[in-house]
Design a protein around this ligand. Structure first.
Ligand SMILES: Cc1cc2nc3c(=O)[nH]c(=O)nc-3n(C[C@H](O)[C@H](O)[C@H](O)COP(=O)(O)O)c2cc1C
Length: 160
C-alpha cells in the first residue's frame, strides 16, 4: 500500500477504471468514472457506485468480493467499450480485447496496471430524497439510484 501512488481525482474521472465482481466463468465488469479511495473503520477502503440497472449490479449483490482495476492509456478504447455495452447481451470482455485473470476469489485483467482486491463491507442505495435537488433532477428523475459499495482493500496488485 505504501507504493500506491495514484491521483485519485484523475484516476476515476479522467482515466476511468473497471469494477469487476464474480468468479471464473460467472462474472461481469463495467467501466466506472466515479469512485473513491480512503479509510473507513480503520481499514483501507475503496468506494464505487453501481446503478441498479447495470448487469454488474447483480454480481456486486451476490458476491462478497470485487476488484477495482486501473489501466494504461492504451486501453481507454477498451474501457469505453465496456462502459457502453452490457454483459447481458454479449461477451464484451472478449470484444474489448481484455484477458481475465483470477487472483484469489476475484476476477481482474492481465492488461491492468493496478488492481485493488476488495472485500465488500457495505452496500446501500442512495436515498434520492437526501441528495441535492439538482443531482436528483440530473441523475435520478428517470433512472434508478446507484448502490454505494464499499470494499476493504485487502491486496493491491501492481503489474509493471
Ligand atoms: C466513462 C464511463 C464511466 C462510467 N461510470 C459509471 C459509474 O461510475 N457507475 C455506473 O453505474 N455506471 C457507469 N458507467 C456506465 C456503465 O459502465 C455502463 O452502463 C455499462 O455498459 C454497464 O455494463 P453491464 O450492463 O455489463 O454492467 C460509466 C460509463 C462510462 C463510459
Amino acid at each position: 500500500m505504501e507504493d500506491f501512488n495514484v491521483n485519485v481525482f484523475k484516476a476515476f474521472a479522467d482515466d476511468w477504471a473497471l469494477v469487476t465482481a464474480g468468479v471464473r466463468g460467472d462474472y461481469n465488469t463495467m467501466t466506472i468514472g466515479w469512485g473513491g479511495l480512503g479509510t473507513l473503520w480503520g481499514r483501507p477502503a475503496a468506494t464505487v457506485y453501481v446503478k441498479k440497472n447495470r448487469y454488474t449490479h447483480e454480481f456486486m449483490e451476490k458476491n462478497d468480493w470485487f476488484t477495482v482495476s486501473f489501466f494504461p492509456a492504451a486501453y481507454k478504447k477498451a474501457l469505453g467499450y465496456l462502459g457502453s455495452h452490457s454483459g447481458r447481451d454479449e461477451d464484451k470482455v472478449a470484444a474489448a480485447g481484455l484477458t481475465p485473470v483470477y487472483p484469489d476469489q476475484a476476477v481482474t485483467f492481465r492488461e491492468a496496471s493496478v488492481t485493488l482486491l476488495c472485500r465488500k463491507i457495505y452496500a446501500h442505495d442512495f436515498d434520492v430524497s437526501a441528495v441535492p435537488a439538482d443531482v436528483a433532477e440530473d441523475y435520478y428523475q428517470a433512472e434508478p439510484p446507484h448502490t454505494i459499495y464499499i470494499g476493504e482493500v485487502v491486496n493491491i496488485q501492481k503489474i509493471e
